[in-house]
Design a protein around this ligand. Sequence first.
Ligand code: GDP
Length: 365
Amino acid sequence: SLTAGIVGLPNVGKSTLFNAITQAGAVSANYPFATIDPNVGIVEVPDQRLFNLSELVQPQKTIPTAFEFTDIAGIVEGASKGEGLGNQFLSHIRQVDAITHVVRCFADDDITHVSGRVDPISDIETINLELILADLETVTKRLPKVEKLMKQKDKDAQYEYEVLEKLKEAFEAEQPARAIEFTKEQMKYVKSLHLLTIKPILYVANVGEDELLEADENEKVQQVKEYAANEGAGVIVVCAKVESEIAELEGEEKAEFLDELGIEEAGLDQLIKASYDMLGLATFFTAGEQEVRAWTFKKGMTAPQAAGVIHSDFERGFIRAETVSYDDLMEAGSMAKAKEQGNVRLEGKEYIVKDGDVIHFRFNV
Ligand code: GDP
């Protein structure tokens, strides 16, 4: 499954945030396919629609879908020089599908900052530079091979060479690959390089507990937002310390605590949703009397592929997908009513599943 890796300089609040994630996470029996790894935190994806569906159907069980964060430890500075733990840091980033970059915006004289002062942009650049240098090396290694192919009059090599040169120029100007525009054709070559700076990134501005409400006026948060906008990246504001307290609560208690704090939605919930989005993930539902359940699929998946998320047998034996959109079903008030109104469709193998589809798969065993 797709995962977002949490990175950041030492002492910025990564562990505090990751602990909040594992605290809130329901590892348990619901997610037997989840990775068993202490560096992976599983969180349930908050989705009001699931609970509304559950109210409608009154099943025995309601099961949210889950999402994984990976805690990426290791030494950041000098990582691209390939020394021991630094190397490990880069190889871990290579394995994740998106980057969640925690940035310290809180001031606390008791907590040492690695570079001696709280400067979010300089922190971001420190990490990003290591990733850019690692990508520059990837490109520099590839170039002589492609030049050789060009001498053999290989047409594709000419295309690839142009892409590599474009990337090299950007990296030398300390720009990440994600900031550059490529044509669809060029993107094929970019993808084949497995670059680190092409992965989508989300910045998490970690503010102090007393700054949570005025985050918009926080100068450091503003700096992070500006920086992110230039890259086309998103920003979530959290207070990791408060999140670890929220994560211990559920339901009513959680709602009351958020109310006391004066915030609408827990930072962690915002972070989960934004990460889900960044990875191109969406949710479909199954709604039976036994169980109403949310499932994660990748946008663009066909009906059989989405069936495969539930079980590989469902994909192999796929016949059709009885599908109704969440909105249509809620408006009808029951599955029978939705059928009467002609809103339950029989979709075949080519159907592209949409976010919010409520599906009943028919399959051969
Ligand atoms: P890591 O090295 O990035 O994993 O950072 P930690 O999560 O261990 O946090 C470093 C220190 O900063 C710890 O003492 C945390 O309690 C503290 N810290 C983390 N988040 C906050 C915060 O939002 N406010 C304050 N005041 N301290 C925090």
